[in-house]
Design a binder for this molecule. Structure first.
Ligand SMILES: NC(=O)c1ccc[n+]([C@@H]2O[C@H](COP(=O)([O-])OP(=O)(O)OC[C@H]3O[C@@H](n4cnc5c(N)ncnc54)[C@H](O)[C@@H]3O)[C@@H](O)[C@H]2O)c1
Length: 257
């Protein structure tokens, strides 16, 4: 129970990797604020782990106002968090010349601006208490590109930069900031991608996984959300206290090529 007494905000915690992170951090004793645009999903996960659900759309620049209104009253009006896991995200696949600009903007707001706004809100408190952990769920696409994922690749690369700047500014105040970079994780986001690609290429879902998704990886399987959550718990726990400003691939050897 290395995180007893800590409060962790996990965005997109209603599903997939975020849900696994929320459960894992709660198992370490943290009180978890389960934030998601999907109220039902946030409520379910929060009930499961004794956390606080927050319904929030991170594509709305005013999301912090909605967020504050749902948290239990605190003597401190600022957003209190010892740990932030920036996980919420989604993607859209299209060639650049057909990529809708409004979807590009929405992806940038959720995956780059929201982590920036959250950092602005929580860092002063972390600095005062001399302890904080920011973990950004980036991707292999934060380190390398794929065609047709302009917004996703751009957003993840930007998140890598933000994470390093926070690491440099936070170091003197006991705050670490890191990225975790998974390849394909078995979550609803990936299940949808498998179905889309099966339709596009006229092949079955198993062929999509084997022939397309796992092609660059050395270990030929999808990752489980708990395997990502384990790395997040490591970065937030005592063993991770000297690790900052890095990006850790969990990609079955993809980035070794
Ligand atoms: N699944 C993968 O293979 C994979 C690989 C690398 C990185 N990632 C990253 O991991 C993160 C989580 O992905 P996942 O696969 O668990 O996806 P998921 O679709 O299972 O879960 C994403 C969650 O984010 C929430 N969300 C989406 N838009 C939101 C918004 N505007 N405001 C608040 N919440 C919002 C959704 O409601 C959902 O609960 C994403 O940032 C994704 O880019 C996923």
């Amino acid at each position: 129970m290395s995180l007893e007494g800590r409060t962790a905000l996990v965005t997109g915690a209603g599903s997939g990797i975020g849900r696994a992170c929320a459960r894992r951090l709660a198992a370490e004793g943290a009180h978890v604020v389960v934030a998601d645009v999907n109220a039902e999903a946030a409520g379910k996960v929060a009930a499961e782990i004794g956390g606080t659900p927050v319904t929030v759309d991170l594509s709305d620049p005013e999301f912090l106002v909605a967020w504050r209104g749902q948290l239990p009253p605190s003597p401190d009006t600022r957003l209190r968090a010892d740990i932030v896991v920036n996980n919420a995200g989604f993607q859209h696949v299209a060639p650049i010349e057909e990529f809708p600009p409004e979807i590009f903007s929405a992806i940038m707001r959720v995956m780059v601006e929201a982590p920036f706004l959250l950092a602005r809100a929580v860092l002063p408190g972390m600095y005062e208490r001399g302890w904080g952990r920011i973990v950004n769920i980036s991707s292999v696409h934060g380190l390398r590109a794929s065609p047709y994922k302009a917004a996703y690749v751009t957003a993840k690369h930007a998140l890598e930069g933000l994470s390093k700047v926070i690491a440099l500014e936070g170091a003197a105040h006991g705050v670490t900031s890191n990225c975790v970079n998974p390849a394909y994780v078995r979550t609803p986001l990936v299940e949808n991608q498998i179905a889309d690609q099966a339709r596009t290429h006229g092949i079955g879902p198993d062929e999509v996984v084997e022939q397309i998704m796992l092609a660059p990886a050395a270990i030929k399987r999808l990752i489980e959300p708990d395997e990502v959550a384990e790395m997040v718990a490591y970065l937030c726990g005592p063993a991770g206290s000297f690790v900052t400003g890095v990006s850790i691939p969990i990609d079955g050897g993809w980035s070794a090529r």
